[in-house]
Design a protein. Sequence first.
Length: 101
Amino acid sequence: MSDYQNDVEELEAKSATAARLFDIRRIIGGLFVLYGIIVTIAGITASDADLKKAQDININLWTGLGMLALGLFFLVWLKLRPTAPPTPPAASASSQDHPAE
């Protein structure tokens, strides 16, 4: 194999890794888990005055748990169905047009 072909394959591997790293499910899931933890802690430490304002419903606790569940759903979805690497466009056709020297 030529150095050029090795460089192309290396860049394709890096591109696939970057595509998986910046998958929107990872970003959404991570943010929902982070904010879910913060809001759940706020719900656990809620005072009686805060609960009285919300008609004795601990809305921070329930919202935080919901956000945690949604964030974990996105992260599990990412783990079960990872992003497939992009296929190179007609690699076999280009190798037939330009034979190796």
